[in-house]
Design a protein around this ligand. Sequence first.
Ligand code: F6P
Length: 322
Amino acid sequence: MRRIAVLTSGGDAPGMNAAIRAVVRTGIEGGVEVFGVRNGYHGLVNDNFFQMGARNVGGIIQRGGTILGSARCLEFKTEAGRKKGLRCLNQHGIDGLVVIGGNGSQTGSNEIAKLGFPVVGVASTIDNDLYGSDVTIGVDTALNIALEAVDRLKTTASSHQRAFLVEVMGRDCGYLALMTGIAGGAEAVVIPEIETKPEEIGEIIESAYERGKSHAIIVVAEGAKYDAAKLAAYFEENYEDLGFKLRSTTLGHVQRGGDPSAYDRILASRLGAAAATCLIGGEHGVLTGWINGAIATTPLAEVVAHKKTLDMELFELARLLD
Ligand code: F6P
């Protein structure tokens, strides 16, 4: 292995820069040249490569987003697109690729591996829905942003005797919503993994009011059958009076922006360094993740064949402590 490349793909996650920095510096230290690919698989297919030195990644560990840029690339989902990408890698004499990203990105890296090209994935997504890592880069920061929002909403909710529906990201996974609910002391959590009828949430809000609470916070995962907008519409139509007046806040991309937490910088540094070390050492076709408190590699084929499950005991805990 003489030359490796690194790209970030899919939704950006706070900590991606720390992972890029670790790949570049570990690669150079390990005696290989490192190239960056701009804008994820889009740059791979469209030959957007540049050589990176240790100084290119100076001063980025604390920055959110990704200096390489990211994209969701439809062309790479086709066989022709993947072959085009592979040709670009070969033209630059690149022997191995690090892909920093989540589910869609690692599906792409598995396809590259199937074509016989050495690739290592780095587990990175705020959704925490990737098999092969107990926690992924960006989750801690996103969770803390959502938590701060809940804490802030509570003070205004209490002042006005209101119930708030707070919608958080997570795609089809309820992890961020569940953890935000537990850490934020929410009255209820609505997640895709468990069907909750809107009337159950109505009862929880009414009961909170009747028990003399000053507010009710309902954390709703964006992927739930009844997201915040649907729940709000349901209550508007079916309830004359919930006790509390209702307001709705969608956090959206705010959760993905801004500087990474210490935890994400350290996790990203470790996983990025591990990925470069794997490639240089000849281990590829794997994802570097964090399992049971240590770095672990999982074959990409296994990563894409499995769905990560949510610990349902935590859902029970959220219910118990409402
Ligand atoms: O996968 C990360 C994520 O932020 C999801 O939580 C969300 O559903 C999606 O990306 C949003 O995608 P986009 O940034 O393309 O709108």
